[in-house]
Write a protein that binds this ligand. Structure first.
Ligand code: CTP
Ligand code: MG
Length: 180
């Protein structure tokens, strides 16, 4: 049933959803590209920092561990089949989300977009694609069991909606410079 699929999709994606939000809160300090340019443009830009990436990744992993601890009670209470994250999947979901966002900034700079410029489509799905790809590679059996076709479809529909609403919220709260 659709509600169960949505609940499972949100559960499995939480370790990938949290990192970008934590990076917004924790970001700052030395940029990953160290200020270097390529073809006259920054490689990544000041919006991709070591601190944001490290805290974001760590937060995503912690979320997966907390969900693992809560899983038996959540299954009991809801009757839904929430999965348990193997550690490797916790890492690839969280780090993949940060890496996807970093690769998107790389593409933005190559296409002449300044820091903070919108890149519709890429902004909303970059982190999902890379999280899922890394997890498929690193935890294949678990991935195929967990990310069934309906779950993947829900993830690709739900994520842009969640991304747009959380970013508008972060902008309204003054945490982010742009509403995307
Ligand atoms: N952030 C960070 N490290 C990351 C990702 C994000 O420090 N790996 C922080 C930065 O302070 C960044 C903010 O989160 O400015 C918002 O992230 P995002 O919208 O992804 O970056 P932008 O500043 O918009 O830059 P870009 O155009 O490269 O996406
Ligand atoms: Mg941005």
């Amino acid at each position: 049933m659709i509600l169960e699929t949505v609940a499972v999709a949100v559960w499995v994606m939480l370790p990938a959803y949290i990192p970008n939000n934590v990076a917004v809160l924790a970001g700052g300090g030395r940029p990953i590209d160290g200020g270097r340019t390529w073809g006259g443009k920054r490689v990544l830009g000041d919006g991709k920092t070591w601190r944001g990436t490290a805290f974001g990744t760590a937060a995503g992993i912690v979320v997966a561990l907390v969900l693992n601890a809560a899983q038996p009670a959540a299954v009991d209470a809801s009757g839904l089949s929430f999965p348990v994250f193997p550690l490797v999947a916790a890492v690839t979901l969280a780090f993949g989300a940060m890496l996807g966002d970093i690769l998107a900034s790389f593409l933005k700079r190559r296409t002449g977009r300044e820091r903070g410029a919108a890149f519709p489509g890429i902004d909303q799905l970059d982190f999902v694609v890379v999280s899922l790809a890394l997890t498929l590679i690193a935890a294949t059996g678990w991935f195929l069991e967990t990310f069934t076709l309906p779950v993947v479809v829900v993830v690709f529909v739900l994520t842009p909606l969640l991304h747009v609403t959380t970013n508008m919220g972060a902008y309204a709260l003054g945490l982010k410079n742009e509403p995307w």
